[in-house]
Design a protein. Sequence first.
Lengths: 350, 350
Amino acid sequence: MRWAVVLAGGVGARFWPVSTARRPKQLLALAGDRPLVAESVERLLPLVPAERVLVVGSPALQEPLRRALPGLPAANVLAEPRAASTAPALAWATARAAAGDGAAAVLSVHADWTVADPEAFRAAAAAALDLAEREDALVTVGARPTRPEIGYGYVVPGAPLGAGSGRRIARFVEKPDAAEAARLIAAGALWNTGMFAWTAARFRAECRRHAPELAGGLPALDRGDVEGFYRAATPVSVDVGLYERTDRGAVLPGDFGWDDVGSWAALARVRAPDAAGNVTVGRAHVVDAAGCIVWSEDGTTVLDGVSDLVVVRARGVTLVTTRERAPHLKELLARLPSDVAERGGEGEPR
Amino acid sequence: MRWAVVLAGGVGARFWPVSTARRPKQLLALAGDRPLVAESVERLLPLVPAERVLVVGSPALQEPLRRALPGLPAANVLAEPRAASTAPALAWATARAAAGDGAAAVLSVHADWTVADPEAFRAAAAAALDLAEREDALVTVGARPTRPEIGYGYVVPGAPLGAGSGRRIARFVEKPDAAEAARLIAAGALWNTGMFAWTAARFRAECRRHAPELAGGLPALDRGDVEGFYRAATPVSVDVGLYERTDRGAVLPGDFGWDDVGSWAALARVRAPDAAGNVTVGRAHVVDAAGCIVWSEDGTTVLDGVSDLVVVRARGVTLVTTRERAPHLKELLARLPSDVAERGGEGEPR
């Protein structure tokens, strides 16, 4: 049967001062009225029933995730004993799917994406699962680039695989500069979204063959000893641990308006702007402003005669930066006094 | 004897969202640690003893003013029955000074100025009182312009008056455009500060001769009937009601770093900026920012990679505008929903 795994363990400081360790990006209603993780699960449901959707997060997030996902069986929200990148999480979830289902096929997505066209998303997901089953491959879905983004990884398709649009993977390129991104796009490279599909059997086989970081712990997983598996595992991403090593990789293009909502600046893409290109959320008012992003959570924010700013008011902090600098919040936080960087982090509004 | 009158009745919305009807600009610590009105009174004390400093405000401000001015006799803080511009307030205060002092000479200042050189300020004030007494004139002190400010009134000196640097007044020019301001400055015009000096006797005589707005009410004032005086008076400024009409006007130049702190943008002049020209007050942090003014009163404000902005966080509102637009806050407020414009006005922080 088909399963879906939603990776929901991210922490990240890219949405400071709104996001916190207990309320990370995937639990924020960044793109609409509901948390990204709720939209991510709902998007899957016509394809995979709730009983076969697994959500993986940290222990601290287990309760918030369950509250955000009332339609999901509570037992389907898994809490990793420790953060160990994506490969151990996916190995655990895949093993869980396979436990009572020898023919399990798994689709893997992240909890914090937005998708403009959910129908097309599900069609691509179904095609990826088909390809994984038919070709016994580890499939990655590549989004067709709409801009020379330098923050993403790219996947370069290789030789055709089967009758459809599936291809072997020629190579991966992580975070190219703008010129290389443009060259990659011209050559047909796709954004490496992190949307994957595999059969549980093939995933396990490739783990044993290519991923020593995981292989030693698999017997523990078989015994249901999750703690033991995580103790034995070495943190590694599934991209590095499996996709860059396997000869059974495949890539399938997808056009479904994928966005990883990587920073405040992304709100200009994933929310409807006004005629002057401003996006406002909460009690915000813009006058003679253009291209601004305003998130006003704990009060009122008024912008007057400014452009291309990101202004966030939350948790007792107002952040004023530019759209250009918004993706580099981490660098800003490193330059602030720690009590400020952590506030709008953990503290209460002053 | 010499008296000083401090006009402290202003309301004004130029420091929204910090200023409110009950906490207007003169009660804010805009330039230092203490309210402007406290600095204004303290600046006078070496020249005029506290018993002869009168402060005129509205009934709503009487208590806040008394609290801000603990060194002043409470009875010296006068509350006008109604707002009626500057001439009635000064007529009342002058009459009060004259009541037990036939030779009263009055210096008039505003409660919301800053003065970089208080010594020079007092020297100019003393010289203005001297001139008023010696020449029986209505004296205005003109500040030597340091920039072609278009928000100010200018006074053009005329023929010399007596032995000192006093002159007759050739004319007043209200809010010239930039080109005319430059011409005026080149021709020796001064900023019309609103710092005045007169004898009580001459002030009363000129009121009777030139200011029908006030003359009819003077007998009520003589009887101590302030209500009756204000009922009879028509609102008019002392500039229009007396200075533009009298032939006994005189102007004295003064160089004491006068600033009327007309908008948030003025904080760049009246407070010490950092090396990048930023002025921050309260819990504010600036990173790679230049020429910004930040006032953070009810939380923390962080600026990152922006320039020439004014950012004010107070009373549940964050305002983000430019230094250029800061003097035009009134126009912004007119374009905001009234509940927003009035908040950070009257409301409690949300």
